[in-house]
Structure formats: C-alpha cells, structure tokens
Design a protein around this ligand. Structure first.
Ligand code: NA7
Length: 532
C-alpha cells in the first residue's frame, strides 16, 4: 500500500487564490501542498487562452496588492491586460515567492473526506494518490467548470473544435478559415471581435444578445506608469470602498435629483470612459428602478443602432429579455462594427434554431453552415460547478452536493456547517464571487490565514460554523438581492435547483459590507463558529 503524505494544510487550485493562500500559510510556518489540475499556475489565466482573452478590470486594480516588491517590479502594458501577459505575471509571482516547490501540477482532486476520528481531511487524486491535512482550503474558482451545450451531434464534428476555456497552448491559425462561434457572453464577445479580423467567414450563433459596452482599452504610457506606481495605495483604497472592488463606484447623487439632460451627458461621458464605468460608475438606480433602467437601456440601444449599419442586424443585437446591466455587461472593442463586415454573419437562434451539429458544420432549421472550426463560448457551471466535480463529504459522510441541492448554504461563503476545517475561498455567497476578484481574494485569504493563525496560537484544532450562523447568512445573502433588477438568466443565478426555485450563487450586498462583517466576526472571537 502506498504511503499517505500528511500536511498541515491542503489547498486545491493554483490560481490567484491558491497561490496567495500558499504564501500566507507558509508564513505561519505550516506545511502545505497545493494540488492543481493544470501544468502551470494561473487558474482562469492558465485555462482561458482563447483569442481576445483579457481583463475587464483595470490591470493595475487587478494584480496582487500585498507585496510592494511585486507592485514595483511588474509593469502592466495595457489598461486591460491580455491573457499572455496575465499568465506571465502570475508566473512571475510564482517565481518571486518560490511557490512551485509546494505545488503538485497535473493533479486533479476527485474526492475529499473528513475523517472525524482523526480530525483530518483526506483527498484522493485521479490516479489514486491520497494525502491528508488538518485544513482543507478550496481555491477552485468561480468559473472553472465549463459548459458544453446539449446539442445533438456535438461529438460528430470533424473540424477543429474547442470550448474557450480549453483553448490549446499551441498557436491556432484561423486565417481564411470558416469559423463558427456559439455563445455571445463576455467570452464570446472577446472571441468574436478578434476572430473576425482573420477568419475567411465567421458565423456567430446567438441565443440571447447581451448589452455590451466599450472597454476603451489602450497602452499604458510611461507617464501613466509613473502615475500608477505613485497612486497604488489610492487605487487599492478606492477598490476597498467601492461596491464591487473595482476602481468604479456608483454616482453619489440620486438619479431623480439630476436633470435628464445632465444624465444623458453623463451617459455619453461614461460610454467613452474605461472599463465598467457605464455599468458600475452609473446611478445605482439603473439597477433598481425600472424607469431609471429603461433610460440607460434606451441610451445603449441607440448606440447599437448607430454602430451597426443594417437595421435588421442591429435589432437582433439589441436584447429584448432584460434591461442594461441586469446581467454581466460584456466589454467590447469594435464588437458591433464586426457585423458591418462582409465576412461576418449573425445567426439569431430564436428565429432559426440549431437542429444539430454535423460532421461538416452546424445545421439550423433554415440553413447549413459549413465550418472548419467550431468554438464554444458557452460559459460555465458557475460558482458551485467546481465543487460538484469533487465528491466532498463532511461529518457523518454528508455529501456537499446533497446539502446544496436547493442552493448553497454557507457562513460568509467561507465555511459550511458539517464540514469542519474546510474553508471555501471565493465560495458561494461570498462577496469574492461577485467582485473584482483578486481584491476580494486577498480579503478572503487574509481572513482565513488570520483565523488559522489565531487557532494555532490558541491551541485549537477544529473550527466549524454553527447551523444557526449558516442559516442566518444564507437568509441574508438572499435578502440583499431584493429590489435589484437582475435577470434570472445571469451566470450567477442557479436555475437548476432540486426544487426548481432559482437562487443567487453570489453575495451581492457589496464588498465593503462583506469585509466589515468578516472583520466583526473575527473581532468577536469568531462569532458563529465553534472552535475546539
Ligand atoms: P456566459 O456569460 O455564461 O455566456 C455563455 C453564452 O453562451 C451565452 O451567450 C449563452 O446564451 C450561450 N449559450 C449557452 N448555451 C447555448 C446553446 N446551447 N446554444 C447557443 N448559445 C448558448 O459565459 P462567458 O464565458 O461568456 O462569461 C462568463 C463570465 O466570465 C463573465 O461574465 C465574466 O465575469 C467572466 P444565453 O445567455 O443563455 O442566451
């Protein structure tokens, strides 16, 4: 029988969260093993290497903030950095902190069991290797379990085909090829605008269009670089106090107190500004009050009409099922202009549904699209999907998926009753899952590390949230969604619960409130947890 290695902590995932968590636990003098499915660090930025993949957060608000040295040495080249640079950055950090020696790559964790008598977690990897630790920390990402659509014949296609989250590492030449893209979410939009530059013919298969807005990217000049370096503390302070951890924050003036003429002028300015300004720097009422939402929705519709020459195509690109901002706003660079090109065709699936995928392309009700390459930009089984892929069992053999069948139940999105010593970074109902993610990751990791540090000092070996604290947090996580105009079709809402009731997967009460609550819990000796 092979020996089972034992560590103080096991971390699953070597993305932004897992990497920082490893660093912090080492500082506590703990032995740590990180298991990572990929053969390199970076998580999201390791897997999502499709054409056009880049940040929608301002680069300088996205990197780690905890190390002066890293901040000084790394220079972002663009306001919204592309995937190759992002992966390079995360490798630079891994080298700088000498992280690789505690990361086991090409290692997928398939089961995790809490061994009650020993107060240990035991994980098993694909291939049978096992390891044990007192603490188990998941850093498995919000959008890592990717979705392939259930379309007849999907496996029969004979050309090249990838989901965007599994784009190959070797260069793919799309020049002159007949390419199909299914899906027009944030990923589809980034892919389409890039592929349209080189493809011989591009067919975009669109189910429900999204409201897209200009990213307004650009290179960072030397002068801007110096300014960013000087302003880092200010930038991170702005992120810490904004609703979503971004540099953008909602207007402080109430919508109704600003004359319409001035509001329209503001929308024009925000449309020209960088990143999520038009969404998260707008009036908060646009996401709460149907009349305010209708006004910004009309503004954006007019922009689409002005940018797309053919009025019929423009109309198909204008969402009818939801208002602006009530789903994630994809950020674009000349996306709408793509539909003015002769080599691009929009296939609007509500009018002309896909019947099946054939060996040579896509067959819709009215037509056939012969393709050399088929790209699935069809999204993810968000937030809980990555947990479902691991058979996680707590006290008494309780299965996590069974406990969560009617939506997640957690305390602070960080712990689950019945699952002692398990911490879920960026877990469901955690503000980090609806945030400029690295900003909230740092908060999560700092909180968990401080908590474990406190336990080590106090000689405690077991921490578990109470069922009552969990119930109250879960209730609160749903309560804060009241009055918000979110579409049930948004990626962060689970519509496949056992009881059929759609449930929010993320915490949407604002990152400053979340941070305050976490700090308060710690200050009160970890209120809502039992430590032994
Ligand atoms: P999303 O936002 O979940 O988008 C997935 C897209 O795929 C969306 O347009 C879907 O249409 C479409 N889709 C899904 N299934 C199908 C089928 N069967 N046929 C056609 N089209 C389909 O994922 P992304 O990867 O774009 O973005 C995820 C997040 O990543 C993003 O918000 C960021 O925060 C980072 P639908 O919307 O269901 O009509």
């Amino acid at each position: 029988m092979s020996t089972i290695e034992q560590f103080d902590a096991i971390v699953i995932g070597a993305g932004i969260a897992g990497m920082y968590q490893l660093h912090r636990l080492r500082k506590l003098g703990m032995t740590v093993r990180v298991f990572e499915t990929g053969d390199g660090v970076g998580g999201t930025w390791y897997w999502n290497r499709y054409p056009g993949a880049r940040f929608d957060s301002e680069s300088y608000s996205y990197g780690y903030s905890f190390s002066e040295e890293i901040l000084k040495e790394w220079k972002w080249k663009e306001h919204f950095s592309p995937q190759p640079d992002n992966e390079r950055y995360l490798n630079f950090v891994a080298d700088k902190l000498d992280l690789r020696r505690d990361i086991q790559f090409n290692s997928r964790v398939t089961t995790a069991r809490y061994l009650e008598d020993d107060n240990l977690w035991e994980v098993e990897l694909e291939g049978g290797q096992r390891a044990r630790a007192r603490f188990l920390i998941t850093a498995i990402g919000v959008l890592s379990a990717y979705n392939l659509p259930r379309i007849e014949g999907i496996d029969s296609f004979k050309g090249q085909s990838w989901h965007t989250a599994r784009w190959p590492k070797t260069p793919v030449d799309l020049k002159g090829k007949r390419v199909g893209v299914i899906g027009t979410g944030a990923t589809g939009v980034q892919t389409i605008q890039e592929v349209a530059k080189v493809a011989g013919q591009l067919s975009v298969f669109q189910l429900d269009p999204n409201w897209c807005a200009p990213l307004n990217n650009g290179p960072i000049t030397d002068e801007e670089q110096a300014d960013i370096q000087r302003r880092y503390p200010e930038i991170f302070q702005a992120c810490a106090t904004s609703f979503g951890g971004f540099v953008h924050n909602f207007q402080s003036r109430p919508f109704a107190e600003v004359p319409k003429e001035e509001r329209l002028k503001l929308y024009e300015e925000l449309y020209e500004a960088r990143g999520f300004s038009i969404w998260l720097g707008n009036f908060m009422e646009t996401l709460m009050d149907p009349a305010a939402n209708a006004e910004i929705t009309e503004f954006i519709s007019n922009k689409i009409r002005a940018r797309v020459k053919d009025p019929v195509t423009a109309d198909k690109l204008i969402p009818k099922t939801h208002g602006f901002g009530t789903k994630r706003v994809p950020m674009e660079t000349n996306y709408y202009e793509v539909y003015n090109q002769d080599n691009v065709e929009l296939v609007h699936l509500p009018d002309n549904p896909i019947e099946r995928i054939t060996p040579s392309g896509v067959k819709t009700r009215d037509s056939e699209y012969p393709l050399d390459v088929l790209i699935f930009a069809t999204g993810f089984d968000a937030v809980t999907g990555a947990f479902k892929r691991i058979d996680i069992r707590g006290r008494g053999g309780q299965k996590l998926t069974e406990k969560w069948k009617n939506g997640p139940e957690t305390y602070l999105g960080l712990q689950i009753s019945g699952f002692p010593n398990l911490f879920t970074l960026v877990g469901p109902h955690n503000a980090a899952s609806f945030c400029n993610i690295p900003r909230c990751i740092e908060q999560n990791v700092d909180w968990v590390s401080d908590c474990i540090g406190h336990m080590l000092k106090a000689g405690k070996e077991r921490i578990e949230t109470t069922a009552e604290a969990e119930r109250e947090w879960t209730r609160h996580a749903y309560e804060v969604t009241q009055g918000l105009l979110f579409s049930n079709d948004a990626w962060f809402i689970d519509t496949e619960t056992a009881d059929g009731i759609p449930r929010f997967l993320v915490y949407i009460g604002g990152t400053p409130n979340y941070r305050m609550k976490c700090d308060e819990v710690a200050a009160k000796g970890y209120e809502g947890f039992v430590l032994r």
